[in-house]
Design a protein around this ligand. Structure first.
Ligand code: GRF
Length: 211
């Protein structure tokens, strides 16, 4: 069976990108998927180094240079690249912007995002800080399908981790990140195996999610 073609979009370090690439090279996605292209919106972001090191083509489409454009027009540029590489599934791996309906529709809703908290709690850009300030005793991470609202679409997998009194943003962040690197490849595997169906807000997973 043909491998699923993944297009990745990132803004930063790209450790989730790397976890997905490694799963495709030599892990649970080895026979199932490949990362075809990375789009990055931030000049100098380390995710591009990671793509380069794995011989994955990348394109920098600097969002700061297109702030005068409506989001749809910026996203058109990304759609063009992702279509050029015939991507079947788009993964947002630390992409710090909202995406337009056009982009979602261009890939029939086959777009996933990872968020470093247990949605719908602690949405937004500072999840770990917000968790600590709130005094929550658990946090975690969420992989979900993307809709036009930020951190909002139907949830595919969540993983819970404890929050300790002594935690800092950094210690909590690294505990959560370890699981991010496992649940994102797993969600992609379930997608490849056609084990995900959506009913309203509910993602029905056919079988067990063994992590
Ligand atoms: C991750 O915590 C992800 O959940 C969030 O942004 C961070 C990106 O990290 N959306 P990385 O670039 O994958 O290392």
């Amino acid at each position: 069976m043909a491998k699923l073609k993944i297009g990745a979009i990132a803004s930063g370090s790209g450790s989730n990108l790397e976890a997905i690439i490694k799963s495709c090279e030599d892990g649970i996605l080895k026979t199932k998927a490949s990362v075809e292209v990375l789009i990055c919106n931030k000049a100098g972001a380390f995710c591009m180094e990671r793509a380069k090191n794995h011989n994955i083509p990348y394109e920098l489409i600097e969002s700061d240079k297109f702030l005068h454009l409506p989001r749809e027009e910026y996203d058109e540029r990304m759609i063009k690249v992702l279509k050029k590489y015939n991507c079947d599934l788009i993964v947002l791996v630390g992409y710090m912007r909202l995406i337009s309906k056009n982009l979602i529709n261009a890939f029939n809703g086959n777009i996933m995002n990872i968020h470093p908290a247990l949605l719908p709690a602690f949405k937004g850009l500072h999840a770990h800080r917000d968790v600590l300030e709130y005094g929550a005793k658990v946090s975690g991470c969420t992989v979900h399908f993307v809709d036009v609202e930020s951190d909002h679409g139907p949830i595919i997998i969540q993983k819970c981790v404890p929050v300790y009194d002594t935690d800092t943003e950094a210690t909590l962040g690294s505990r959560v990140l370890e699981w991010e690197h496992k649940i994102f490849p797993k969600a992609i595997e379930l997608f490849c195996d056609k084990k995900l169906s959506i009913a309203g807000r509910l993602v029905i997973v056919d079988g067990d999610v063994n992590l």
